[in-house]
Design a protein around this ligand. Sequence first.
Ligand SMILES: *Cc1c(COP(=O)(O)O)cnc(C)c1O
Length: 364
Amino acid sequence: MKRVINFSAGPAAIPLEVLEQARDEMVDWNGTGCSVMEVSHRGKEYDALHHETMDLFRELAGMGSEWKVLFTTGGASTQFLMFPMNMLGAGRSADYINTGNWSKAAIKEAKRFGNITMPANMELEGGIFRSIPKQADLKFNPAAAYVHYTSNNTIFGTQWHYVPDAKGKPLVSDMSSDIFSRPLDFSGHSMIYAGAQKNLGPSGVTVVAIKESFLAKAESDLPTMMSYKVFADKDSMFNTPPCFSIYILNLVMKWLKKNGGLEGMGKVNNAKQTTLYGAIDGSKGYYTCPVDRDARSWMNVVFRLPSVDLEEKFIKDAKVAGIVQVKGYRTVGGIRFSTYNASGLKDIQTAVGFMDDFQKKNPA
Ligand SMILES: *Cc1c(COP(=O)(O)O)cnc(C)c1O
C-alpha cells in the first residue's frame, strides 16, 4: 500500500485510521451482517449512530443543549440558498462580509431573497482577495436581519483570526474549510454550517448547527426539504439521510476526540502553519505568499514561485515525491497546500524538505 501526502483542497484527505476502520467494517457493520449503507435508516443501529454523531459534534464544539445539529445534503452551496430562504423574509436586509469567492457565492444566492448589504468588501481589482477586515472597519447595516461571514477563504488562502462582533445581530458563518481546526468560541454565533469534505469527512453531508432561539425565527411555510424546522423536528430524518457520509463523519469525530479534540488540533495546526510559512519566509524570496500576514490561512497555504514554468515543474516534481494535489485554484494559479486536520506535522516537514530541495535544484 502506498499513501501519498494529499494536499487536496476538497474533497480532502481523511485520517488513515478512519479509512482502515471503514474498510474493516465495510461488509459487516456493527454485527448487522450488512454494510452501514444497507441498513434501514429507521433501524435502531443506524438511529444510534446518527444521534451519537450529532452529540459528538456538539461535544467537540463545546455546544450546549441550546444548539441543534442538522445533517443536510447539497453541500454548503445549498446552504447559501436554504439559509436566507429560512431566515430572510422578503423585503428584509442582511449583511454579508465579502472575503472571497465563497462569500460571493453566498451573496449571489441570498440576493434572491432580500436586500444584501456588505459591512466590508475585500475584493480587489481582478477579483483578488488578500486580506480580512478589522473589526473597526465593519460598517453594519442597522436594518440587517443577521451578519454572515466565511471563516476561511479556501481559494485565496485568507482566514479570520478573530470572531467578528456583530453588535447584537445574529452571527452566521460558513466554516466549511476550517471547522474544528482549532478551539473556537462558538457561543458568539447563532448558526454555523460546513460541507464535510474538507475538515470533517467525506462529501455528501453538510453539518448545520443552529441555536434553538434562532431556529424559532425560521420561516415555517417552506417546501419541506428546504425547511430548517422540518430538519430539526425530524432529527434530519424526514427523508433518507446520507448514511454512509454520516458514518464516516462519526468516525472522524471519534478520531478528533482521541487526538485531543479542538485543543489538540489547534496545537498541531499551529505547528504546521508555523513550519510552512517559516519555510516560505525563509526562502529569500524564492517562495512568496501573496496574502497579508495577519490574514494568512492555517488551512490553505497559497504561494508563488519565481515563474509559472517553475510552478509547473514544482507540481510535477512534487507528485514524483509523493506530494499531490498542490496546484492552486484554476483562476488563481500558483501553489496551494491544503493542510486540513488529516495532514500531520510530519507531512508538512516532508513537504518543507521537498521545497528546500526544489529551490536548490531549480534556481530562479
Ligand atoms: C468548498 C467550500 C464551499 C462549497 O462547498 P460544497 O459542499 O461543494 O457546496 C463553500 N464554502 C467554503 C468556504 C468552501 O470551502
